[in-house]
Design a protein around this ligand. Structure first.
Ligand code: NA7
Length: 529
């Protein structure tokens, strides 16, 4: 059996940066990636309109000043092809592909408590011994297609936004259905509407969509960012979200109606996720949240021609921003097109599929192609998909079946020498991903180097430290309205999944401090052997 210091799972942002840092520190690495190449999320999500909802200049690596200077983003919010090109550039520039075996999954891993090594089995039939097992498997990477009645009878083409084909798909002259109106549906629907002859959108729950106001970046804007990239990054690191946008910490209740309107108008013009920064209490105070939702509804009604369609598109009292706010481009305008129909499936739902389409609300829809924009088994799905067991034989799937206990989101007691990036217990999905990944990777690699310098071969989070962090995660959740909402953050979109708000929502600076405190105190909360 070949042995290495670390097996890295995934060649997205996490796996690539892990492989870079580890090899720089002199650790031997084998990386495995289920996809055919690097890219992770941006490898798989090739659906029309796929785009980042964090500004490109901040949704990028910062470990290399040269990389920051040489790469130039063309749009305010990068499209999937540009993001993938960036990741491929990073892989080429730092020669990272050589660490990875592609088209290969990790099926099984067992910790051998004698050698202090993970015994890792791949779908390619290889078995590798690894001192450390590092998971960069992605938080939105296990796709969900609901168990629709008679789906197997449908004879048209089906697609999932999260597993989009590599070759171009021609929807010209086709009757197309889209199921799902989360971010993926919202980004793809306007483009599919332009391509298809007829588009039916099957909506179970309307979402809040704010115009992204995407646009090309001007050369002088890019130059200004590059002139002081470090300054931008430093300001971003101080923000709870790890990215910088105009933010007003004041309460909506402290201003009069005119000022409130003016501020909301200004933030609307900025668009996208930053709209949530109009007031400091949008996500903490129910009344403030409702006022913002009412303003938002007014803006939507200005766009949608048919008031009955607008009624369907406006959530009925849901927390604004409770689910991840969607950044759209021409989304509501799409419903004014003659070839687009919004079908409300909030009642009986999609009843069944037929060979030529589906039945919803007692009506038959004939469809040549169906796009499932039905989301992911978020945060835990791709971790528990691996048959992963610690020394006592408990699998991660069992361990997390009643709650996603972690220490700092990185470690789980009972699973020595294992680190998981951006998953439950970490602020990952509320922090710009790439920044969060760099921070966690640096922390992990520092920990491994610290162990090596002391000839330590085993580290494990203690159950006590883990419970303290679980309490901290739960405590932070009480300060936000988000955990009151059924969403993928809490596992509510997966039948039978344990319900509980998984991410740490106490903010990036508080999280970094917590990680720093552990490291600065000889990795307090871990036991070493
Ligand atoms: P999401 O946000 O989980 O959205 C999935 C959508 O699919 C959502 O509108 C669901 O409606 C809908 N859905 C799921 N199951 C069904 C059934 N059975 N019938 C009808 N509609 C259904 O996934 P996305 O891929 O859009 O985005 C995930 C994240 O990726 C996003 O937040 C960004 O961070 C990037 P529901 O709301 O459950 O009623």
């Amino acid at each position: 059996m070949n042995t290495v210091d670390a097996v890295v799972v995934g060649a997205g942002f996490s796996g690539l940066y892990l492989s870079h840092r580890l090899t720089e520190e002199g650790f031997s690495v084998r990386g495995f990636e289920a996809g055919g190449d690097v890219g992770g999320t941006w490898y798989w999500n090739r659906y029309p309109g796929a785009r980042c909802d964090i500004e490109s200049v901040q949704y990028s690596f910062q470990f290399s000043p040269e990389l920051q200077q040489e790469w130039t983003w063309s749009e305010r919010y990068a499209s999937q092809p540009e993001l993938l090109a960036y990741i491929e550039h990073v892989a080429d520039r730092f020669d990272l592909r050589r660490h990875f075996t592609f088209d290969t999954r990790i099926d099984r891993a067992r910790f051998d408590d004698v050698s202090h090594r993970w015994v890792v089995e791949t779908s390619g039939g290889e078995t590798i011994g690894a001192r450390f097992l590092l998971l960069g498997v992605g938080v939105l990477s296990t796709t969900l297609t609901p168990d629709f009645v008679d789906l197997d009878r449908y004879r048209g083409r089906t697609f999932h936004t999260g597993r989009w084909p590599h070759e171009p798909v021609d929807f010209g002259g086709k009757r197309v259905g889209v199921i799902g109106t989360g971010s993926s549906g919202i980004q793809s629907i306007p483009i599919l509407a332009e391509q298809a002859e007829q588009l039916h959108v099957f909506q179970r729950t309307p979402n809040y969509v704010v115009p992204a106001h995407n646009r090309p970046l001007e050369p002088d804007e890019v130059a200004a960012v590059k002139a002081d990239y470090d300054g931008l990054r430093a300001q971003a690191w101080a923000r709870p979200t790890g990215f910088l946008f105009p933010f007003n910490p004041g309460s909506i209740h402290d201003v009069d109606a005119d000022e409130r309107r003016a501020r909301l108008d200004r933030q609307w013009e900025i668009g996208g996720l930053p709209f949530l920064g109009a007031f400091g209490d949008v996500l903490t105070d129910l009344e403030a949240n409702r006022m913002v939702a009412d303003y938002w509804a007014e803006r939507v009604r200005e766009v949608v021609d048919d008031p009955a369609v607008a009624d369907l598109l406006i959530p009925d009292g849901d927390i604004f921003g409770g689910k991840r706010l969607c950044a759209g481009t021409g989304y509501y305008e799409t419903y004014n097109r003659d070839n687009v129909t919004l079908v409300d499936v909030s009642g009986a739902g999609i009843e069944r599929f037929t060979p030529n389409g589906l039945v919803a609300g007692g009506r038959k829809y004939e469809l040549d192609a169906i796009v499932f924009a039905t989301g992911f088994d978020a945060l835990t799905g791709s971790v528990v998909a691996i048959d992963l067991a610690g020394p006592d034989g408990t699998t991660m799937a069992d361990r997390w079946s009643n709650g996603t206990d972690t220490l700092l989101g990185l470690s789980v007691s009972g699973f020595p020498n294992l680190f998981n990036l951006q998953g439950p217990g970490s602020p990952g999905v509320f922090v710009t991903m790439v920044t969060g990944i760099e921070h966690q990777t640096d922390w992990i690699v520092d920990c491994l180097a610290w162990m090596r310098s002391r000839d330590l071969t085993r580290c494990e989070a203690t159950a006590e430290a883990e419970q303290r962090w679980v309490a901290e995660v739960a405590n932070a959740a009480t300060r936000s309205l988000r955990p009151t909402v059924d969403s993928w953050y809490s596992g509510a979109n997966v039948a039978g999944k344990h319900r509980g708000f998984m991410p740490y929502i106490g903010g990036f600076p508080a999280y970094r401090q917590a990680c720093h405190d552990v490291a600065a105190n000889n990795y307090r909360g871990y036991v070493f052997g």
